[in-house]
Design a binder for this molecule. Structure first.
Ligand code: GLC
Length: 472
């Protein structure tokens, strides 16, 4: 017999049944989508696997989780001061920021966005880094700061092996970047070399970080209990505060650090096959249609870059099986990448509101005029895919909370999917509570950690350096 908490978990993660007049059709659709629905027992199994992968990663054993040391051993304490540059690279926009900190508070923020063309995101990395340096110098010159020595925090939101706070070796590209010649190279050195070749500014990279790290730090300026940074956007990942004595990969000399931020890189969870038991036909298609096949398995189940594609694969299958749309599958729906994750958020909003305006508008982009059944089916598909994503993220967060064993944890969260999806936040709150009832936690929306956090890290890096020098 199922214990009551397990039953509550199992029941909470079930989505509302599909309500169609034709029972046979409904049954067929539900059967097809059954592979996307996880039971409470499966959720528990994923939890165990995630914990085991985390432990292996932290102990430097084979694992799909990198558990990378970021070498950030402390949170902002209100003494951060000065003018800093920040770079944010991870999505299609590249941002350069100038931030001024006074007593740990940002008092000035100038930001400029630069678009990164598709041809720079794939192919050789040399033009990409030349372009990044060009944007930095354009920004610095427009601020009139070309003769000022500026410390820069570089948010490079890709998996890195860090040898120190200012060395980040790219492990693999993710999301929409793929410049193979950068893999195995230090992104800081590449940027500094490109800046030196230009020679028109005096910028020095003092720290490299991940967007989750920036989010944790930015969150910590708002709530001192912040100990996890979570991104649910184009990609997905989290970092957390770990006890320093547990961390085996530590290259520079230690200086009595008590804690350190660990970048989990959970997007790669399952790349070694440990999550194959939840992989569906739709996930296999989604992977096959992606830029980097067979990598970042978990990210492909949950993040904004991929969720729309999972839904598209399901809709195409239903349409081809004669269960959706009376006409042939529309050409434009057959094109990978054409169903955006933002469409899911819009359709989910209809479900919340009890209407179908957004769904009709989304479908009109594909020249589809849906009937009543089509609308219900599409809403159901969007709900099933988003709900699975919410559950999977919640499983990892709950496991992390159990692993951290803190009294109370605030989770700083950022990312477009988290912000735009109308139900993710409440599902996550409910699922995390059910998965780990004894833990106290708060999900705290956090703005622009990847920009502001970079300036905070740069300030912390300078503080650490000064402290070391004065101890000599
Ligand atoms: C990808 C990157 C990771 C980043 C995440 C969110 O998973 O590998 O470093 O944190 O996207 O942007």
């Amino acid at each position: 017999m199922m214990v009551p908490t397990e039953r509550a978990l199992h029941e909470a993660i079930q989505v509302a049944p599909l309500d169609l007049p034709d029972d046979v059709k409904r049954q067929k659709i539900e059967n097809l989508l059954a592979q996307m629905r996880l039971s409470g027992a499966t959720a528990r199994k994923i939890q165990k696997v995630f914990l085991s992968e985390m432990n292996k990663g932290i102990h430097q054993q084979d694992s799909s989780l990198q558990m990378e040391n970021t070498y950030i051993p402390e949170l902002p304490d209100g003494t951060e001061e000065g003018l800093f540059l920040a770079l944010d690279l991870g999505g299609t926009n590249f941002r350069v920021l100038l931030l001024e900190l006074v007593h740990g508070v940002i008092v000035r923020e100038d930001v400029k966005k630069y678009h990164i063309d598709a041809h720079l995101r794939v192919g050789s990395g040399i033009p990409l880094f030349e372009y990044l340096a060009e944007c930095v110098s354009d920004f610095v010159i427009s601020e009139g700061l070309q003769d000022v020595e500026l410390a820069l925090g570089f948010t490079f939101s890709f998996p890195m092996i860090q040898h120190s706070l200012d060395v980040g070796i790219l492990v693999t590209w993710t999301k929409s970047f793929n410049c193979p010649d950068v893999v195995g190279k230090d992104c800081v050195a590449l940027l500094e070399e490109a800046l030196e070749r230009r020679g028109d500014t005096r910028v020095k990279v003092v720290a490299v970080l991940n967007d989750t790290t920036g989010t944790l730090l930015q969150g910590a300026t708002q709530d001192p209990e912040t100990a996890i940074g979570l991104i649910l956007g184009t990609g997905s990942n989290a970092c957390y505060l770990e006890r320093a004595d547990k961390v085996e990969h530590w290259e520079p000399e230690r200086h009595g650090e008590r804690e350190v931020i660990i970048d989990i890189e959970w997007g790669a969870f399952g790349d070694n096959g440990v999550l194959d038991f939840i992989k569906t036909d739709f996930d296999r298609q989604n992977d096959a249609n992606s830029l980097l096949v067979s990598s970042f398995t978990f990210e492909k189940y949950i993040s904004g870059k991929y969720l729309g594609e999972v839904v598209r694969c399901i809709l195409v299958k239903l349409s081809k099986d004669g269960l959706l749309f009376t006409r042939e599958t529309p050409e434009s729906l057959l094109i990978p990448g054409n169903f955006l994750t933002d469409y899911i958020s819009l359709i989910e909003q209809d479900t919340v509101d009890g209407g179908s305006t957004n769904a009709k508008e989304v479908l009109s982009k594909f020249n589809i005029i849906p009937d009543e059944d089509d609308l219900k089916i599409i809403q159901y598909v969007c709900e099933v895919a988003s709900n699975r994503a919410a559950l999977l993220v919640s499983i990892c967060v709950a496991t992390l909370l159990d692993h951290m064993k803190r009294e109370e944890v605030t989770i700083a969260v950022d990312g477009s999917l988290y912000k735009h999806h109308p139900r993710l936040q409440s599902w996550m709150k409910q699922y995390i509570s059910l998965l780990t009832p004894a833990r106290k936690f708060k999900l705290m929306p956090t703005q622009d950690g990847s920009g502001k956090g970079a300036a905070i890290v740069a300030a912390i890096a300078l503080r650490l350096k000064k402290r070391l020098e004065s101890a000599k």
